[in-house]
Design a protein around this ligand. Sequence first.
Ligand code: NAP
Length: 262
Amino acid sequence: MPGPSSSSDGVDPSMPLAGRVALVTGASRGIGAQIARRLAKSGATVVVNYPDESQSVLASQLVQEIVRDGSIAEAVRADVGDPPQIQALFEQIPARHGKLDIVVLNAGGDAVVKSIAETSDEDFDRVMRLNARGQFVAIQAAARLLRHGGRLIFISSSTATQPYPGTASYAGAKIATEAYIQTVAQELAERGITANVVSPGMTATETMLSQTTEARRATVVGATPLGRIAQTADIADVVHFLAGSTSRALNGQVIHVNGGLL
Ligand code: NAP
């Protein structure tokens, strides 16, 4: 008989991700850091990816916090815009932790806010490097390395489906990656792996606050049925659901976490 803290399948309901190994890209701060905390709180071993030396202190502080709270984590530096670094990041996880169960492709942004007429080739390539090409290479690596029953989750943006002036390259890159995810969702289903997209609306992170005016934020809040922007925990909770076994029949979906701003 299962004890009071066990479900009928023997899983401790307070630690539904115990024994799973997760990678979260771009996890040193913002939404990614909150996702790493959330998965670790449910028992997952978490690889906290960060891009460069400037984020190494934040990444190691997050790892220390997770370890202090009783889970396993490590910080791994890799630029998710650079294919060889992406390959190395993914390949070391099964080598070090025995397997890879959950991949959250969160690293993104670096948006160039310019009209299409003003966008240079370099601007376009920079946005595509991280938000489309890097994601494609990461999805390839995940497709090869995720084990049976794995979970692949991409953090898109409401801008992908609701672009506004100045966002073409970023919106186009995000919508392209949504298409990669919906394709791989069908290709991996026979291995019991699901792939889904979480599409946040405006979410309170340092980066978002530095890139938007108070007037723009007030406009979004005013137009949002729930009357607020998202907090990072709102996004992390949805990712946590997708990462677990109770989301088993969800595949190839785009879940909009935007307070009802349709
Ligand atoms: P953030 O606070 O800037 O966090 C992004 C993280 O990714 C940072 O740790 C960043 O490191 C890292 N990163 C950047 N380039 C990278 C690279 N080449 N390789 C590895 N890591 C890299 O951004 P956020 O607001 O949390 O956004 C997280 C995700 O949500 C992004 O994909 C973004 O497009 C999406 N999103 C955000 C919002 C929002 O309103 N916040 C809304 C919709 C979608 P650095 O700090 O060194 O750059």
